[in-house]
Design a protein around this ligand. Structure first.
Ligand code: NAP
Length: 689
């Protein structure tokens, strides 16, 4: 039996008194002793704030994303040791895959999102600037920066690796240090994973700490710059939510609690349909993966009355084919619950449910194990003929247990689903788009995620029970009212968004992004001749002019095939309330603008990869004369790639100085030779390096 250590204040800490003993889920043998005694929790939070936080905040989003990538790759390389330990939690190899590789995958996913979707900066802008003075001299923008505190992450026992990593990844990307507090029962696996992370030396000091055992007075040291991310039961969530750190000092609190998730079979998805088979298969999968110890597991299966008997028989038959037993045996599909204590809790919940249900199946053969020693439990399917009985919608049996029930029509299915009082996820199995819309919009307010299944996604659906890093995980009401992951949403939860008001120049200086009305620097020659490193925010060019002719419009129509009446039919265009006469194609305006600002020779600008935010503000008529103002708006270095991305504010004006088109031109611009991995020899660009 191991005595688990915590990783606090930059060192491993052994408890100074005996701890709680946790047992092997299969053999019942002691596995670990867990205690946090002797930890200086005030010091732990100070270490996070004073050592981890400043280092993380000095790094850009891209630099933090690189840490996540290296760390994720490291965990993948070292995963087998974690698999070996994971069996003691009762998990099969497939169960452990979700936890271990799924967790490492979240790090990689956030690494990729960080590099693709966030700026290479410490500041994240939110939305377009607001112009507050009529002359544009006073503006505002929303700017998000890292909170200066610590993210305390309290996790449930069922996903000791994934549960910790799905909270850690967005926090790290946001520049906020983490203290992980795993559930005592499976802390031995989290501890092993954190050892790998610490030994790798990838993370800066103070970025990650681990507390195995109770939290002591940790929460007393949390305040308005800190976050508490909780996953576990509704009762613990309610207790922690009421802590003065949350109620009085406004520490941010996010809860992922229990949830009686539903699967709804559509009315036309009867026996023989692909949707029926997918429904049956998913209910069985969700009951048996991780022995049903998943917050997202299907606890309530809703079936149209006319299909209830067939669906009940099909689920029971499929459950009978699930091999239950030793999780280390590759043939096993369902292993053990995490502990005999957990099994007792599930059996108690089943007893409560049996008051309002009948048992369809609750026995099986246990292969290669002594069920008296380990925490084994047969998959248990219950059925109720009184589906409005609140018991089946409120009692969570956190194990291989589900209740099947009938409904009469979509409105009935929606109100039965809502009796769960808020859930993480629901699945709907229908090929009928009208029914799909009625059900999905009817239950959406009660859910964090809806999983639509028909035959077309049979091979590609990611599954009812799989929260994904790019999608919201969380749910209203009973599910905790929180939200995790969801791509960058999870990162933003760790940032403070601040409205910053001032002059355009001041806001440009603060945010590092050129703001409308800010000074343009016209004295640098053509900006396309400047390397990434030599370009300043605000570097600009006012181009020569170009008069648009009817010939231009007609030949553009001819070559593209775009003969829309507004460009080609004088009479119809004159009758239009918008145009009042023939106008140039918007895309012709963009093309002519490019002709005005592009520098033709090979040079630092490697490619134009798109435009953003394009608007045609006013029509361009034959005879109008166009000029472009092109301004370096945003620079994003691609570390090690030899180039960076440059967004240019493009404004196309007519002879009256009215804006006819406005957009961002997106380009890749080479670094100086030899800088950031750029080749030493660069194409001649007229001597401007
Ligand atoms: P739990 O008993 O509520 O424990 C969850 C976590 O809270 C554990 O780390 C636990 O630590 C800690 N904790 C308990 N009391 C605490 C206190 N007074 N102060 C600080 N921390 C405290 O839940 P569980 O039995 O581990 O997990 C099962 C439940 O979690 C189920 O109801 C399930 O639905 C829910 N769950 C929800 C999600 C989701 O994403 N929504 C995911 C997984 C599980 P100790 O272990 O040391 O007591």
């Amino acid at each position: 039996m191991r005595t688990l250590e915590s990783f606090v204040n930059g060192a491993w800490h052994a408890p100074d008194s005996e701890g709680v003993t946790t047992s092997h889920a299969v053999t019942g043998e002691p596995v670990a002793s867990v205690s946090s005694s002797g930890i200086d929790f005030a010091g732990t939070t100070t270490y996070a704030r004073e050592v981890g936080g400043p280092t993380l905040r000095s790094m850009t989003f891209h630099e933090r994303a690189s840490l996540l990538k290296t760390l994720g790759q490291h965990l993948f390389a070292e995963k087998e040791g974690l698999y070996d330990l994971s069996t003691a939690t009762g998990a099969t190899r497939a169960d452990s895959w979700i936890d271990i590789e799924g967790g490492a995958g979240v790090l990689l996913s956030y690494a990729s999102k960080g590099r693709r979707e966030l700026p290479n900066s410490t500041v994240l802008l939110d939305g377009d600037p607001e112009i507050l003075a009529r002359d544009g001299s006073f503006i505002a923008t929303h700017m998000a920066t890292s909170l200066n505190g610590v993210a305390v992450q309290v996790n449930a026992f069922n996903f000791p690796c994934w549960g910790a990593l799905e909270k850690f990844a967005p926090a790290l990307l946001a520049g906020v240090p983490t203290i992980i507090k795993p559930a005592t029962q499976t802390a031995f696996l989290t501890e092993a994973m954190v050892r790998l992370m610490v030994q790798s030396g990838i993370l800066p000091d103070g970025a990650l700490q681990l507390v195995c055992g109770g939290v002591g007075d940790l929460f007393d040291h949390l305040g308005g710059q800190d976050l508490i991310g909780f996953t576990g039961s509704a009762s613990t969530a309610a207790f922690l939510r009421a802590h003065p750190a949350v109620v009085e000092r406004s520490a941010r609190f996010n809860a992922e609690a229990d949830s009686l998730n539903a699967a709804i079979l559509g009315r036309e998805s009867g026996p023989g349909s692909t949707e029926f088979d997918l429904f049956v298969s998913e209910v069985v999968t969700e009951m048996t993966v991780k022995a049903g110890q998943k917050c997202t597991a299907i606890r309530r299966a809703l079936v149209p009355h006319q299909h209830l008997d067939a669906a009940t028989d099909a689920v029971a038959t499929a459950l009978g084919e699930v091999r239950v037993g030793d999780p280390a045996d590759p043939e096993t599909r369902m292993g053990a619950l995490v502990s005999t204590v957990q099994r007792r809790e599930v059996l108690d919940a089943i007893s409560t449910l049996v008051g309002s249900t009948t048992v369809v199946t609750d026995s099986c053969e246990f292969h290669g194990v002594d069920p008296a020693r380990g925490a084994f439990l047969a998959p248990t399917l219950l059925r109720t003929d009184n589906p409005t009985n609140p018991g089946v919608h409120t009692t969570e049996a956190f194990g291989p247990v589900s209740t099947i029930m009938g409904y009469t029509n979509p409105a009935d299915a929606i109100s039965l689903t809502a009796l769960g009082s808020g859930s993480l996820v629901a699945s709907i199995y229908t090929a009928d788009p009208v029914e799909a819309r009625e059900l999905a919009t009817g239950i959406a307010a009660h859910h964090g995620r809806i999983h639509m299944v028909d035959a077309s996604v049979a091979d590609t659906s990611t599954g009812h029970g799989s929260p994904l890093p790019n999608l919201v995980h969380g749910g209203p009401g009973r599910a905790g009212g929180g939200e995790e992951m969801g791509g960058l949403r999870g990162v933003r939860h760790h940032l403070q968004t601040t409205a910053v008001q001032g002059s355009p120049d001041m806001l440009t200086a603060i945010t590092g992004e050129w703001m409308p009305g800010s000074t343009r620097l016209f004295d640098r020659g053509h900006p396309f001749k400047l390397n990434f490193d030599d370009l300043s925010i605000g570097t600009a060019i006012r181009t020569n002019s170009r008069t648009v002719t009817l010939d231009d419009i007609e030949s553009f129509a001819e070559s593209t095939g775009d003969h829309f009446y507004a460009h080609m039919d004088e009479e119809a265009a004159a009758a239009s309330p918008i145009f009042g006469g023939r106008v140039a194609h918007g895309y012709l305006v963009l093309a002519l603008a490019a002709g005005l600002f592009v520098w033709p020779d090979p040079g630092p600008v490697l490619a134009n990869y798109g435009v953003d935010r394009c608007r045609f503000a006013k029509p361009t008529y034959p005879g109008d004369t166009l000029t472009v103002l092109l301004t370096c708006k945003r620079k994003t270095l691609r570390a090690g790639a030899g180039y960076g991305e440059v967004a240019w504010d493009a404004q196309v004006n007519n002879q009256a100085d009215e804006v006819v088109a406005a957009y961002d031109v997106l380009t890749m611009v080479a670094n100086r030779p030899g800088v950031n991995g750029a080749p030493l020899e660069q194409t001649d660009n007229g001597g401007n390096t």
